[in-house]
Design a protein around this ligand. Structure first.
Ligand code: KIV
Ligand code: ZN
Length: 557
């Protein structure tokens, strides 16, 4: 029995919209993005960003391609005020970027905010007051009319102050804070009253930003609210509808996505979702979601590691390893079946084709990652993954039968260490397994001749430090060698399979060979290297023999 008392909470009352249109729509272009990392994100930090960190973050946001950046709350914080001044006085705002500042709808704060922006080429003055039932009744204890008055007074002061600073191109933004907890007809009433003050035009639009200040309902409810708002607000063609969602229920991105379907034009959020409580809407995730559907996100996240570095440095918050698109593990596959599927798809994928790779929703290279990071080996991994790592990192192309032989070795190591096995460890295990250090044999030289389709081999074999001349004949040099070795040891052996390649592309590249032999009814694999293919294959036979029970019996004897 649950010890929770479900009667403590009530279901969210949604807008009645039987004819909602947004579920049938698709997003075909990116919304206008506004980063609020330097304001909402910064306000949520244990230690707000230093001026140097703010500047680094600002420059990175510009580099990523943001055209609107909320840079602070200058009337509420002296460091924010100073930062706004620094950007303007040092002429650090590119001409195609508009800075935005937030202010409460109070005269002295609005005036101070305008003062911070003196000399800016263009700016968005963002004014807000809270409109929800809870805030009106319990926090402010004011009537609906009184709350509306706060908004229209704020709008009036904003307009008057802007007229005093005509050197700046102004855009005005109003947020009915806690919009989602506000009666929709009242939210529209307040916003319309603000528009009546600002009198926006299609050429000079006002921004109405509709925050899910605290996320309290499923994203479809937000979408219904946005669609209803878009249909009922005045002067829709003179208004930019902006979304500002938070992530309290873990659906901040979904809510903004559905809000865009419902008619919104603009989205506010932060990189990787820093922000109050569970954070703001994560712009990286939403933009990459669009990209994965073939929509140009208009933001550039191809240097994801740099973005993570700057965000972690400025926020002192670590990015979760499973964070969508950005986390260290999001493109990693440990499970054998996933690795095999990825390998097969990547082998078929041709540059320039539509991306269709199992388990990888997007190409990791788009974010500056590489395929090597995809296949990671632990006790859950299979032969395909191990083979992939050896090939990618060490150019070792194991045939399938060798993969089957080697994979349990890696798995045993992963189980023993209870940890991931990295590429270097796999390489070392491969060599310690297939190049036995106690091999009693060493091939010192050989001669081959062919007569009437029969190959003969004479070789000098060092056996436990003593040289022996060995001889054999066969259809092919390998068969001749195997016969010679079998006669020498007294244990006939046959080649089941073999395979070889060079370990590079130039003529001095070493060769590597893989063989599977049968000796004393046991199948054993071996690997050999040499400067030529034949030498590598003969060494592989000797290494295979050295791993067999025939060799261990000889040592005991
Ligand atoms: O979450 C919120 O409501 C805000 C507003 C000030 C826009 O951050
Ligand atoms: Zn917010």
């Amino acid at each position: 029995m649950s010890r929770f008392n479900s009667n403590k909470y009530s279901p969210f009352v949604s807008v009645d919209r039987p004819n909602r249109a947004w579920p049938n729509k698709v997003i075909t272009e990116a919304p206008a993005w506004c980063s609020v990392d330097l304001r909402d994100g910064n306000q949520a930090l244990i230690d707000p960003m230093t001026p140097a960190q703010k500047l680094e973050m600002f420059e990175m946001l510009v580099e990523v391609g943001f055209k609107q950046i909320e840079i602070g709350f200058p009337a509420a914080s002296q460091p924010d005020f100073d930062f706004v001044r620094k950007l303007i006085e040092e002429d650090r705002v590119p001409s195609d970027v508009t800075i935005q500042v937030l202010t409460q709808a109070r005269k002295e704060l609005i005036e101070r905010s305008f003062e911070s922006l003196k000399g800016a080429k263009s700016a968005i003055m963002h004014v807000y007051n809270s409109t929800s039932t809870v805030q009106r009744e319990q926090v402010f204890k004011l009537s609906k009319d009184e709350i509306k008055r706060i908004a229209t007074d704020g709008a009036t002061w904003v307009k008057a102050c802007a007229e005093q600073q005509p050197e700046t191109t102004w855009q005005f933004q109003y947020s009915p804070e806690s919009f989602t907890g506000t009666e929709m007809d009242y939210a529209v009433e307040v916003c319309n009253a603000v528009l009546d003050v600002w009198l926006p035009t299609p050429e000079n639009k006002a921004i109405l930003n509709l925050p899910a200040t605290v996320e309290v309902a499923t994203p479809n409810v937000y979408a219904d609210q946005i669609e209803w708002f878009c249909e009922n607000v005045n002067q829709r063609d003179s208004v930019i509808i902006s979304l500002h969602t938070h992530n309290d229920r873990g659906c901040g991105v979904a809510a903004s996505e559905l809000g865009v379907l419902a008619g919104a034009d603009r989205v506010e959020g932060t990189l990787l979702g820093n922000g109050e409580r569970t954070g703001n809407m994560d712009i990286v995730t939403m933009a990459m979601n669009l990209y994965s559907q073939g929509v140009d996100p208009t933001l550039d996240f191809s240097r994801m590691d740099k973005i993570i570095h700057v965000v972690e440095k400025c926020t002192a918050l670590k990015v979760h390893p499973r964070h969508p698109y950005a986390g260290e593990l999001v493109f990693a596959a440990f499970s054998g079946s996933h690795q095999d599927a990825i390998n097969k798809c990547l082998a078929l994928y041709q540059e320039g084709e539509l991306w269709e790779v199992a388990y990888l929703p997007i190409d990791p290279r788009d974010l500056g990652r590489n395929y090597q990071e995809v296949i990671r080996i632990n006790s859950q991994s299979g032969k395909g993954g191990v083979a992939y790592v050896l090939e990618q990192e060490h150019s070792i192309k194991m045939p399938r039968w060798l993969q089957v032989d080697f994979s349990p070795v890696v798995q045993a190591e992963a189980e023993k260490t209870e940890a991931e096995v990295n590429a270097q460890q796999i390489h070392d295990l491969f060599f310690s397994t297939y190049f036995p250090s106690d091999n009693q044999f060493q091939l010192k030289g050989y001669q081959v001749s062919r007569d009437d389709g029969v190959d003969s081999m004479q070789a000098t074999l060092s056996d436990s430090g003593k040289d022996h001349a060995i001889r054999g004949e066969g259809r092919g040099v390998l068969e001749a060698f195997v016969e010679a070795l079998g006669s020498h040891t007294g244990h006939p052996l046959v080649i089941i399979d073999y395979n070889e390649h060079t370990l590079g592309s130039n003529e001095t590249a070493e060769a590597i060979a893989y063989v599977q032999i049968s000796v004393m009814q046991q199948r054993v694999c071996g690997v050999g290297k040499s400067h030529d293919i034949l030498g590598a294959t003969l060494n592989a036979v000797l290494n295979a023999y050295a791993r067999s029970s025939a060799a261990s019996q000889a040592k005991v004897a």
